[in-house]
Design a protein around this ligand. Structure first.
Ligand code: BGC
Length: 417
């Protein structure tokens, strides 16, 4: 008891005399940005903070989609060992906020005018109970095709506008002896691709009902069965070694011309950028056939933890840097994503980035901006994990028919809710 009191007194004294001098000049960040393109983007942030005198303490946990990172974060938080911030996807931010472990960046948000510049769709996940608990870094979108231009020219392909066009294009690549579809057989990649397949098969209204509202009639409908059948069709175009492959290795297959196309979020463009490839010349970005006009989004957020007083100045510096207009442009140009603010010019972005920014604006205004279920913006993590699991079992043949798939999906989502 006495010992506790003494320590308490000593701490109080040191805060009273030297609150600022004792500030920890370090940002500790947990994230899953370990690919070439991702590391290059993160460097932009490290450099910005270094200019302000903050050291960077990196906590990288590899694994696209962040499942492994989120397991590591849970252990850190349970041990009371909070990072300054962690990369997080939508519903995960809300979970940690509800658990009462997040900090409060509202003062910074007010000073910087985040309420006015950050789109409402993101504020739903970065503001909890009226308080800013996370700083949105970007907006990614998953309904894209990434195509090797030389291979496309070689097979005489053109932009596929419908799912049937897409199948015809994949057939052309197959006939030419090129792997048509580069896929990494990991559950989050398969589910990320399936998000687009559902939107293409059922249209915007259907996507929203099934994947955001989790409407049971939609989840077990013939349209959902058809979506699974379409997914099965796509899987016939992947190479035999796809199981377990990392997403960036699948992107590398397209960059090198070993495969025609990857269906992936626009973090794939970060890999093309890191390899010095130019859209229109080396590669092509098209919306997933049949989804033009809609955007399935996710956004990386830096969830801000309730760190001790002497680490709060570093957290404010991180949050301020993250949402500055210059950082939002510089970082997202490299990352492949688009700004999490509506007032950042598209000047420095390449053609795909410019399209991404314009598409987001249009979808936001037209009511066709939807959260990605695979990427943490459709439903809470337990539901998203159930979804990824069912999709992956279907892709790998443990669930054999689309009939069975919808039954399993409804059951798994129900159990997870
Ligand atoms: C994140 C991206 C990241 C990708 C692959 C997604 O969940 O939003 O920032 O690049 O996973 O690691």
């Amino acid at each position: 008891m006495l010992r506790k009191l003494l320590i308490g007194t000593a701490l109080a004294t040191s805060f009273a005399f030297s609150a600022h001098a004792a500030d920890v000049k370090e940002v500790q960040m947990l994230h899953w940005w370990t690919s070439g393109g991702e590391a290059a983007a993160l460097n932009v942030l490290k450099q910005d903070l270094a200019k302000e005198g903050y050291a960077w303490k990196d906590v990288p946990v590899a694994g696209g989609g962040g499942d492994a990172a989120m397991t590591a974060l849970k252990a850190m938080v349970a041990a009371g060992n909070y990072p300054t911030a962690s990369q997080m996807l939508g519903y995960t931010v809300l979970d940690y906020a509800a658990a009462g472990v997040m900090g409060d960046l509202t003062e910074t948000a007010k000073k910087e005018g985040w309420d006015k510049s950050v789109p409402a769709a993101l504020q739903k996940f970065s503001v909890y109970d009226g308080k800013w608990v996370a700083a949105p870094v970007n907006v990614h979108s998953v309904n894209w095709l990434w195509i090797n231009k030389a291979v496309m020219d070689k097979i005489g392909g053109t932009e596929p506008k419908t799912f049937d066009d897409f199948v015809a294009l994949l057939d052309k690549a197959k006939a030419a002896g090129v792997t048509p579809l580069a896929l990494g057989g990991q559950n989050w990649q398969e589910a990320t691709m399936f998000d687009s397949v559902v939107l293409s098969t059922g249209g915007p209204e259907f996507y929203k009902k099934a994947m955001n509202d989790l409407d049971e009639e939609s989840l077990k409908s013939d349209t959902m069965k058809k979506s699974f059948d379409n997914l099965a069709k796509l899987v016939t175009y992947v190479d035999p070694n796809f199981s377990g492959r990392d997403w960036n290795l699948a992107t590398a297959m397209v960059i090198k011309g070993d495969a025609l196309v990857q269906v992936m979020g626009d973090w794939a463009k970060g890999e093309f950028h890191a390899a010095n490839k130019t859209p229109g010349t080396d590669f092509l970005c098209y919306r997933f056939p049949g989804t033009d006009g809609s955007v399935i989004y996710n956004s990386d957020m830096f969830g801000m933890f309730n760190v001790p007083e002497d680490r709060k100045a570093a957290q404010v510096a991180l949050a301020t840097a993250t949402l500055s207009k210059s950082f939002q442009s510089a970082f997202n140009v490299v990352k492949g994503s688009v700004p999490a603010r509506t007032d950042v010019p598209d000047t420095d972005f390449d053609a795909c980035g410019k399209k991404g920014i314009a598409d987001l604006k249009k979808a936001n205004e037209g009511g066709t901006l939807f959260g990605s279920l695979a990427q943490g913006y459709g439903a809470p993590p337990a539901v998203a994990n159930a979804y990824k699991d069912v999709v992956s079992k279907f892709v790998h043949g443990q669930i054999k028919t689309s009939d069975e798939a919808v039954t399993e999906l409804v059951k798994a989502i129900d159990d997870a809710k």
